[in-house]
Design a protein around this ligand. Structure first.
Ligand SMILES: [Fe+2]
Length: 596
C-alpha cells in the first residue's frame, strides 16, 4: 500500500509511506528556496516519490492534512511578508474590524501580495475569501486531476490529529503508555488537544480546545518586538533570559491576567478583545526584553500546568508534545523537569511540516467501517534523515559547474582530514546524505566548528550567518559523551535539538560556543552511531584529536535562506559567503581565502 501524505498550507510538505513504513518526508522550503513555503508541494511530492522509486500512478491513496484552509491565506503567501506587512495585517485588516469601523477584504488589503502562481485551483468553487469548505472542494478537485486518483482514494485529516499521530509514531518509547499534547497557532478550529495512547493502541482524544491561545499570544508578542510573528518566535525565546526580572514581571502580570489553565482546557480570567492590540496597549512602556521574559514565563507556566493536569487526569507520566508551540525548547525544559513527568519527547519536525506524515499515518491506520485505527499497520520511525540525497557524481558535477573562485581546491577527503581542519580552528560546512526533516540541521546540512572557541561564534556570524547577537548556537554531542556535557537525569531522547538542558562544568569549558551565552543552557543534538554513522565518525575523529566529543553545529545556509538542499545549493552558498571549506559528499572544496 503506497500512501502519499500532503500538506499544502504553511510549511507545505509531502511524505511517502510504503506498507506502513515512512520512506521519505520533505518540506517545500528546501527545493523552492523559500522559508516556510506554503501552497501545493509539487517539488516535495516529486522528490519523496523518487526516494521511494515510485511514480505518481503507483500511489494507492493520498492523505491530505487540514480540512479548513481559508482561501485568503492560501492566495496570499504570508511567508513572503515583511515585518511591515504583518503590521499592515493588524492595522489595515484586523483593527477596523475590531473597532467595527469597516470590514475590509483581506485580498483587497493585500492585493499586492497575491501570488498569481497560487491560482491553480477552480476558483468557481470558492464563494468568498473565508470559504474554507469551497477551498477544500477546490483542493480536492485539483488533487484528483493532478494524481488521477478517484475521490474515494483521497482522504482529508484533521490538523491536530495529524500533529498528534506524528508525535506518537516517532516516539522512541513505544513500550509505554503515552500522553500526547498538540498546540499551535491554530488549525481546523483547534489550537490545543490532549490524547492518550495505551498499550500501543490508537490514540484516543481526551480533549480538544479552541482557547489554547498560547501560540497566538506568543507570536503577537514577537510582532510587538518588531520581528516576524511566525519565523522569529524562537528569537523572543532566546532574548528572554537577558531581561531584568523586574521589567519582566511587569509584562508577565499582563499575560497572567488573561489566559488560564482549566483542567485539560483553557479559560480566561479576562478575555481580551483580540490578541494583538489588547496586549500592545497594556505593554506600552515596558522594556522590550521584559516583554520577551514575561511572555516566555507565562508560556512556561501555562504549558507546564497543562501537562501536569494531563498527567494527573490520566496517570500517564510519559509525555510527547507536537505543534508549533512545541518548538519552545525553554518551555520544554520546564516541562521535563516537572516531578510529575517521567519523560518528554518532542519530535524533530514539530511544526506544520510534519502533518503530511501524520495524515499518511492516519490513512494507513484507518479501517473501513471501523472507528479505531490499527497502529499495527504502521512502523514507528526514528530517523530525521528523511529528505533527498545525491550521488558523488552529482556532487562532482555541481562543484565543476559552481563557479568557484580561482585558486580553489577540490579533493577527496575522509573524516580524519576534515577533523584535522576543525581541530585547527577552521569552520567547515558539511552537505552529505539525506537532508534532515524539520527545521534543525542535524549534521547532514550543517556548519561545523570547534565548540571550545567562544570566538568562533563571531567568526561564523561574520562569514555567513549574521545571526542576531543574542541567539545561541547549538552543538552535536557523541551519545557516549552526552553526560559529560549536559545534565539529563531522566535520560531523555535528545537527538533532535528540541529539548534544553543545563550544562555541566566540563560542558561550559569544552562546548562554550554551543551554549546559550547568558544562561549556559544547551539544546544538544545527541549523535548515535546507529542513526548517523558517518557524522558520528567525524565527531569521533575530532575527539581523537582534541578529546572533545562535540562539535558546534549550526544550519548550512545563508542568512534568511532555507538550509541547502543538494550539492548545487552547497556550492552556491560556499561561493556567496565567507565560508572557506565545504565537505560535499566525499569532496572537500576549499576556497583560497576567507572572503568571497
Ligand atoms: Fe499546526
Amino acid at each position: 500500500m503506497v500512501i502519499l501524505g500532503i500538506h499544502d498550507g504553511h510549511g507545505a510538505s509531502a511524505a511517502l509511506l510504503v506498507d506502513g513504513r515512512l520512506v521519505a518526508a520533505m518540506s517545500e522550503d528546501r527545493p523552492t528556496r523559500q522559508s516556510t513555503r506554503s501552497g501545493f508541494p509539487f517539488q516535495s511530492v516529486e522528490r519523496v516519490l523518487r526516494q521511494g522509486g515510485i511514480t505518481l500512478r503507483e500511489v494507492d491513496h493520498i492523505a491530505l492534512a487540514t480540512r479548513r484552509l481559508p482561501p485568503k491565506y492560501f492566495f496570499v503567501p504570508r511567508e513572503s511578508f515583511s515585518i511591515a506587512d504583518f503590521w499592515r495585517e493588524q492595522t489595515c485588516y484586523w483593527q477596523p474590524r475590531l473597532n467595527k469601523t469597516a470590514s475590509p477584504a483581506y485580498l483587497e488589503v493585500f492585493h499586492d501580495r497575491i501570488d498569481p502562481a497560487r491560482r491553480i485551483y477552480d476558483e468557481s468553487l470558492i464563494a468568498h475569501e473565508d470559504d474554507a469548505e469551497g477551498m477544500l472542494k477546490a483542493r480536492l478537485k485539483h488533487l484528483r486531476e493532478y494524481s488521477g486518483l478517484p475521490a474515494e482514494r483521497i482522504s482529508v485529516h484533521d490538523h491536530h490529529t495529524c500533529h498528534a499521530w506524528f508525535a506518537y509514531m516517532s516516539h522512541p518509547g513505544r513500550d509505554r503508555d503515552l500522553l500526547v499534547f498538540t498546540t499551535d497557532g491554530g488549525g481546523d478550529g483547534s489550537n490545543g488537544t490532549v490524547w492518550e495512547g495505551r498499550n500501543r493502541g490508537p490514540l484516543r482524544l481526551l480533549h480538544r480546545d479552541g482557547r489554547c491561545n498560547i501560540g497566538r499570544i506568543y507570536r503577537y508578542a514577537t510582532l510587538l518586538l518588531g520581528m516576524k510573528q511566525f519565523e522569529h518566535a524562537f528569537k523572543t525565546m532566546g532574548l528572554a533570559p537577558y531581561a531584568n526580572e523586574k521589567y519582566g514581571r511587569l509584562a508577565h502580570a499582563v499575560y497572567a491576567s488573561t489566559l488560564q489553565n482549566d483542567g485539560l482546557g483553557f479559560t480566561y480570567a479576562q478575555e481580551p478583545a483580540d490578541h494583538f492590540f489588547w496586549f500592545k496597549e497594556r505593554l506600552e512602556g515596558i522594556r522590550f526584553d521584559g516583554i520577551a521574559w514575561g511572555v516566555q514565563k507565562r508560556t512556561e507556566e501555562l504549558l507546564s500546568q497543562w501537562v501536569k493536569n494531563g498527567v494527573t487526569a490520566t496517570g500517564i507520566p510519559d509525555v510527547a508534545i507536537s505543534g508549533g508551540v512545541a518548538m519552545n525548547i525553554k518551555a520544554n525544559k520546564v516541562i521535563w523537569e516537572l516531578p510529575e513527568v517521567n519523560s518528554l519527547f518532542v519530535p524533530p519536525a514539530a511544526g506544520d511540516e510534519s502533518i503530511s506524515v501524520g495524515a499518511a499515518c492516519l490513512a494507513a491506520a484507518a479501517q473501513p467501517g471501523v472507528a479505531a485505527e490499527r497502529v499495527e499497520n504502521l512502523q514507528p520511525f526514528h530517523t530525521p534523515y528523511l529528505g533527498d540525497d545525491f550521488s558523488d557524481r552529482e556532487a562532482e558535477q555541481a562543484i565543476a559547474a559552481g563557479g568557484l573562485p580561482p585558486g580553489s581546491t577540490v579533493r577527496r577527503a575522509g573524516a580524519g582530514e576534515v577533523a584535522d581542519l576543525l581541530a585547527q580552528g577552521e569552520v567547515v560546512a558539511r552537505c552529505a546524505g539525506r537532508w534532515e526533516f524539520g527545521p534543525r540541521a542535524l549534521g547532514n546540512r550543517s556548519i561545523l566548528a570547534d565548540p571550545r572557541d567562544a570566538g568562533v561564534v563571531r567568526q561564523i556570524n561574520e562569514i555567513i550567518k549574521q545571526r542576531d547577537f543574542w541567539m545561541p548556537f547549538a552543538s552535536s554531542v557523541l551519545a557516549e559523551r552526552a553526560e559529560d556535557y549536559f545534565v539529563n537525569p531522566k535520560g531523555l531522547d535528545a537527538g533532535y535539538m528540541t529539548l534544553a538542558f543545563d550544562s555541566t562544568p566540563l560542558g561550559r569549558r569544552e562546548m562554550i560556543s554551543g551554549l546559550h551565552p547568558y544562561d549556559f543552557t544547551s539544546r544538544p543534538h545527541v549523535v548515535r552511531q546507529e542513526v548517523n554513522p558517518e557524522y558520528h565518525a567525524l565527531i569521533r575523529a575530532f575527539e581523537a584529536r582534541t578529546s572533545v566529543g562535540a562539535l558546534l553545529n549550526t544550519s548550512f545556509n545563508l542568512h534568511g535562506e532555507p538550509m541547502v538542499a543538494g550539492p548545487e545549493d552547497a556550492v552556491s552558498t560556499l561561493v556567496r559567503s565567507g565560508l572557506t571549506h565545504a565537505w560535499i559528499g566525499s569532496w572537500l572544496v576549499s576556497k583560497p581565502c576567507a572572503t568571497p
